[in-house]
Each structure stands twice: as C-alpha cells, then as structure tokens.
Write a protein that binds this ligand. Structure first.
Ligand code: SAH
Ligand code: SF4
Ligand code: F3S
Length: 486
C-alpha cells in the first residue's frame, strides 16, 4: 500500500472545498433562518475520537454548529470494527435516518471510520441504506471537505475508499476539541503488528509516524493555549519513529514533551509490551508531568496463545516489565486488555491468564470475549471456542479482576491525591469527577467552608487536592481539600 505525504498544494484544494461548503451552508442557514447543525456519533477508540475532533473542526470552519441532537442537518457516523458487536451498533442506529431524511431533505449523512475499509459493509450500506450521502475511510480524513463537496455536487452516494495510506500534517487541520482541558495528539497512524485477531492493521494501514518537530511544535501551542492534559496516541506508541529512520524514538519524544512547561498530565497509549523499553519507565519516573499510569495490554497469560496471537513477547517478558514498573513507580497503576476465548485456548491456557492477572494485580482491565473478524488470520484458525465456554471463562476472569480493581481503589482511602477535575459527575449536581495522576476515577464533593464560587463547569481542567474517603468497586469518593491553581 503506498504511503503518500499530503502536500501544501493538496491542502489548498481542501481549503477551497471548505470555502465552497461554507457558502453552501450559509445559504442553507439563511433559507431556514437558523444556523445549520452537525452531530458526530463516534464509536471505538481514542484514535476515532481524535478523528472526530478533526471532522468537527472542518464542519465548524464551514459554519456548522454542534448539537447533541442526533437529528442534526449533518450527521457523521465514525465507526469501529474491532469486534462484531461494534459493527452491529452502526447498522442498529443507521436505520432511523431513512425517515428522518424524508423530513429534512437537506440532511447529509456520512459514514466513515474503520468499518468503511471492509467491502461487505460498504455493499450493505449501498443496498440497505441508500440514503447515505458519503462514505470514506480513516486514511482519507483530511480530504473530507473535498469528498463532501463531491457528494453534494453529484447528489449521489460518493464512496472514497482507496488503498493509500496518507500522512497529513495535523497542524494544518483545524481541530474542535471536545474537552477544554484535554488534547488528543496522535503521534503515529496505522499498525504493522498484525496480531492475528485484530482488524486494525487492515482498517488503519501501515505505521506512519508524524514528524518529531511537528509534534513538538503542536505540543508547545497546546501548552500555550492552556491545555492541562495531553494524550499521545498511537496503536503502538513505542514503535514511534521506526519508519523515520530510527533517529528519534518514543522515549525521546516523551522526554521532549515532558520538558515543555504547562502540562500537568502527559498520557500515552497504547504501549505494546514487545516494544516498551525500560527507558520509557525511567522517564515516567523522572518527570512529574507524566502520568504514573501504564496501559500495557497482555491479551493472554499463556505463551502458546501469545504465540498464536503473534504478540512477540512471552509471559515472562511481560511480567518482567510489569514488575519493573511497580518497582520504579510504586505509587503507579497498570491497566491492561485481555481477550478470553481466543481460538484453541485450553483451560490450562486460561488458568495461565488468571495467574498472570493475580501476579500483576492490574489496577484496571478491559476484558473482551474473542470476536472473529473476517480477513484476520485467527478467523481461519480451527478450534474456535464454543460461546458457553467463553462466557464461563469470561465471568471467572471478571470476578477476579473486579476484586483487584476494588482492592486498588481501597488502597487509596485515607490519602490526599492530586485530581484533574473533569466537571460534574453524571450522578449528582454537587458531585464532581476527575482522575488522579495514576488514572483512578474520583468522585468528590466541595465543602462549603472552602468558599469556592466557581461552578463545576468552570472547574473543568483545574487541579485539586482531594482526600479519599471511600472506595467503590470502580471508583473512589473524596472531599476536596483545596484547589491547586488558585
Ligand atoms: N493497539 C492496541 C489495541 C487496540 S484494540 C494494542 O496492541 O494493545 C483494543 C483492544 O481490543 C485490544 O487490546 C484487544 O484486547 C481487543 N481486541 C482487538 N481485536 C479483538 C477481537 N477480534 N476480539 C476481541 N477483542 C479484540
Ligand atoms: Fe491490533 Fe495488535 Fe496492532 Fe494493537 S498492536 S492495533 S492489537 S494488530
Ligand atoms: Fe475501532 Fe478502529 Fe479504533 S477498529 S478500536 S476505531 S482503530
């Protein structure tokens, strides 16, 4: 698959499309005597969230206004294909737009994201959802305005899915960030690992690292703009730079980011255990602005399963890294991803996973039942595990892992911890929510004697010191002692 760098000339064509679309939407707004709206439904991982922020950036440049209402004038579905139920969610949600589009004839529906790299899904949309206006794949994101214009000009479904991996300067794109305090910063795109269960290398293409200086200049601007938290994103951040000749590596990038003043939380994900170097752990321990949390997906605790998954590390190597992290950053936390029921997984293999979980004492874990993804190697493997066996193993794993999460939360009770405030919690108006530096979720109250006049919205992005008073199964509770930034 060719990798093509998007040039300034290409971006000029994008700019032209943006100005034509701005005229088009302005005319629509005049006709309707209201601003036109957009709504993006984002499925999947943070990379998709980051892509949606770029789509939103373009749409806002065109004069559209975001709405929570999914009956907006322009609706984007940014899809995920990681497991079968992710696919089902798109088709479950898309159906209602047939009648909505009859009510609002100017409504525009676009479907993009990882599912749009699979021909079967494109065919299904063409056949069963003909009201969709535009389909494009994740690699074409920067071209979205050109593609949207094309679909409006032809008034027919425009499908733009190609075998090209683009690398486009993120700094050239306008990004409408969802959170006032958090910036998502992709440092690389695609994945070369081909874990045998995984669809991502097919949907996101080959690894392309962004230019080092480009990332640093973006980080400096973000710090100036007042972002407190940045999340460096990639499917395998530890292989950053390999495709750039190897002069700059992930530890170099992480350290350079940590030296920029202004951030209180630098986070990164995902770390592939085969590529995470001891140097990264050293840098994490050295710089206060880097979170003390490591997301390190193990997937399985059995060497034979890891081999068939094509993960390129052994249980022992994984344990060594986890122990090293615990030793160097004792107050830190480790989260992981685990797949249960990979083809050929025996009871013994599964017990190896349980014993790895107990030994690592993961502070949190995303646990998944294996889902067969057509086109991947594992989909062809014999010995697919019967669903009832997967369910039974999955429940056993959950029981053990949930107890570990609860225990990890209990260990915080009595401590006063720095919390980055994310705003009001979903449960009650007087409860705020935020995260510790080691990524624990904290719900807390503000005692009236602190005389804090700011609303929960205004406190978004502030750092506070919170005394942890109780542990819940998935979060901790606390009381604010003081705000740090005042
Ligand atoms: N790049 C990351 C993971 C991205 S996908 C990494 O290498 O760790 C997020 C998680 O989804 C994976 O870690 C894996 O646990 C899970 N996953 C991916 N494909 C899956 C499949 N076919 N069935 C079940 N879980 C899957
Ligand atoms: Fe998928 Fe493996 Fe790449 Fe992660 S490293 S995205 S699990 S192929
Ligand atoms: Fe899903 Fe694509 Fe992310 S498949 S998990 S949205 S890279």
């Amino acid at each position: 698959m060719p990798i093509i760098k998007v040039t300034e000339e290409d971006f000029k064509k994008v700019d032209l499309a943006v100005s034509r679309l701005t005229e088009y939407f302005n005319a629509g707004a005049m006709e309707l005597r209201r601003p036109l709206t957009y709504h993006i439904k984002t499925y999947g991982c943070q990379l998709n969230e980051s892509d949606s922020e770029k789509i939103a950036g373009y749409l806002e440049e065109m004069g559209l206004v975001e709405t929570d209402d999914d009956k907006a004038d322009v609706v984007f579905f940014n899809t995920c294909s990681i497991r079968e139920n992710a696919d089902d969610r798109l088709f479950g949600n898309l159906g209602v737009y047939k009648s909505l589009k009859k009510q609002n004839r100017k409504m525009i529906i676009a479907v993009c994201g990882c599912m749009m790299k699979v021909q079967k899904n494109i065919d299904k949309i063409k056949k069963s959802y003909p009201f969709v206006d535009l389909i494009f794949d994740p690699q074409q994101l920067h071209l979205m305005p050109i593609l949207l214009l094309k679909s409006l000009d032809t008034r027919k479904l425009a499908v733009e899915v190609e075998d090209i991996d683009y690398i486009a300067d993120d700094n050239r794109m306008h990004v409408a960030r969802k959170r006032r305090f958090r910036a998502l910063v992709p440092i690389m795109y695609g994945c070369n690992n081909f874990c045998t269960y995984c669809i991502v290398p097919f949907s996101r293409g080959r690894e392309r690292s962004r230019d080092f200086d480009e990332i640093i200049s973006q980080m400096k601007s973000l710090a100036k703009e007042g972002y407190k938290e940045v999340m460096l994103l990639g499917q395998n951040v530890n292989s950053y730079g390999k495709d750039l000749g190897g002069d700059k590596t992930f530890p170099d990038l992480l350290e350079a980011c940590a030296k920029i003043e202004g951030f209180s939380r630098i986070r990164f994900m995902t770390s592939h255990p085969k590529d995470l170097s001891d140097k990264v752990i050293d840098i994490m321990a050295r710089y206060d602005s880097i979170e003390t949390h490591l997301h390190l997906p193990c997937q399985s605790g059995s060497d034979s399963v890891l081999k068939r998954m094509n993960r390129h590390y052994t249980r022992e190597q994984f344990l060594r890294t986890a122990h090293l992290f615990r030793e160097k950053i004792p107050e830190g936390s480790i989260s992981t991803d685990i797949i249960v029921g990979f083809p050929g997984e025996t009871e013994e293999d599964f017990e190896d996973t349980l014993s790895l979980v107990k030994e690592c004492r993961f502070d949190s874990a995303f646990t998944f039942q294996y889902s067969k993804r057509p086109g991947t190697k594992a989909a062809e493997f014999e010995d697919q595990i019967p669903q009832e066996v997967v369910t039974e193993r999955f429940n056993r794993l959950l029981e053990i892992q949930n107890a570990l999460v609860f225990e990890s939360n209990k260990n915080l009770v009595g401590k006063t911890m720095e919390v980055l405030i994310e705003g009001q919690s979903g449960t009650a108006a007087d409860i705020l929510t935020g995260r510790t530096k080691c990524n624990h979720l904290v719900n807390f109250t503000i005692p009236s004697e602190l005389n804090i006049t700011k609303t929960s919205d205004e406190l978004e992005g502030y750092l506070g010191m919170v005394r942890i008073t109780a542990a819940k199964p998935y979060s901790v509770e606390g009381i604010l002692e003081c705000l740090k930034d005042e």
